[in-house]
Design a protein. Structure first.
Length: 86
């Protein structure tokens, strides 16, 4: 409801309790894992999580998962780069 109907640059909204920005509700985030329901059946799909600005509130949470064909791209899909702390 606070997105203005579009994707926004990371860090403009308040962080979550762990200090992480935009973990849900900005864009669906591609995950590395494949969908086990379609794995090996010729129509492998990849997991997306977190919901986007266009979805209902229930989808905009980190626990919610969706699946889609790899290589699909929409303005509501993105990904997160993670750099381990050394």
């Amino acid at each position: 409801k606070n997105s203005g109907g579009m994707t926004h640059p990371v860090g403009l909204k308040k962080p979550n309790g762990l200090g992480l920005y935009d973990m849900s509700g900005n864009v669906w985030e591609w995950c590395q894992d494949e969908d086990n329901l379609t794995k090996g059946k010729g129509d492998t799909k990849m997991i997306l999580r977190g919901g986007s600005w266009i979805n209902i509130d229930n989808y905009a949470r980190t626990a919610f998962r969706n699946r889609y064909e790899p290589g699909s791209g929409f303005d509501m899909y993105g990904f997160r780069l993670v750099l381990p702390v050394k």
